[in-house]
Design a protein around this ligand. Structure first.
Ligand code: SF4
Ligand code: SF4
Length: 225
């Protein structure tokens, strides 16, 4: 899922300065899991905004607001309400905000689409409702097959590809001792899998051109460019 964190209320208010009638769009997908943008969080923020004198025109939370196929069928019937809004406030990831903006454009509407969240990475839900840890930086050239399914690009603070830096102590990372050293995890996993010899293979410099932005995935061809 895409991890999200709430922006400070003052920052949201600043983004909505000058806009009185607000249409609120949440996301019952990742943002709901992060307790940042599901229908409950949309309702709670709507109440807060009302105390600041804002008028809430509508609240809607598509199942996956980042997914056009899920968002558009929910937002299209709200065209009149979107049109009556001075601005939309989206509680979703950056993709959700941009899909919401795109939907307004397909409806022939031009209005500001603001966000109430910060997107913070591709995460798991290690402890549901409490902790999500970043797992993948979408580098475009996945090496999990060679690292026991643990990503050093993301989980090693230095992004090292050929083993540890030497600073690890008691299995913890020297950059942040609260975290496990990714390479200790990888080594232990490879031992358990009986594949530790695979770690002797030199991994060349990563081709970060595959992570060059913005990327387009041509779904039918399976091609990225
Ligand atoms: S190697 Fe790249 S694609 Fe694979 S998990 Fe790590 S960041 Fe993601
Ligand atoms: S201690 Fe481990 S996780 Fe931390 S930077 Fe060094 S190799 Fe990477």
């Amino acid at each position: 899922m895409i991890g999200t964190a709430k922006k400070p209320f003052d920052e949201i208010l600043a983004a909505l300065k000058g806009f009185q009638k607000i249409g609120m769009v949440g996301c019952d997908g990742c943002a709901k899991v992060c307790l940042t943008g599901g229908s409950d969080e949309v309702a709670a923020l709507a109440q807060e905004l009302k105390t600041q004198g804002k008028e809430i025109v509508f609240e809607a939370s598509p199942e996956r607001t980042c997914n056009m196929a899920k968002a558009k069928p929910v937002l299209d019937p709200l065209k009149d309400k979107i049109q009556a809004s001075d601005a939309l406030l989206v509680l979703g990831c950056g993709g959700a905000v941009q899909i919401a903006r795109y939907v307004t454009e397909t409806l022939g509407l031009t209005l500001p689409v603001k966000t109430g969240l910060n997107s913070v990475g591709h995460m798991d839900t290690t402890v549901p409702g409490q902790i999500a840890i970043e797992q993948c930086q979408e580098c475009g050239d996945c090496i999990l097959n060679d690292t026991g399914g643990i990503c050093p690009v993301t989980k090693c603070a230095k992004g090292l590809l050929n083993g540890p830096c030497g600073g690890s102590e008691d299995g913890k990372c020297e950059v942040d001792p609260a975290r496990d050293c990714a390479w200790v995890l990888i080594y232990n996993r490879m031992v358990a899998l009986g594949e530790v010899d695979n770690l002797k293979k030199f991994v060349g410099a990563k081709d970060y051109s595959k992570a060059a932005k913005p990327r387009t995935l041509y779904i039918k061809e399976g091609r990225v460019a």
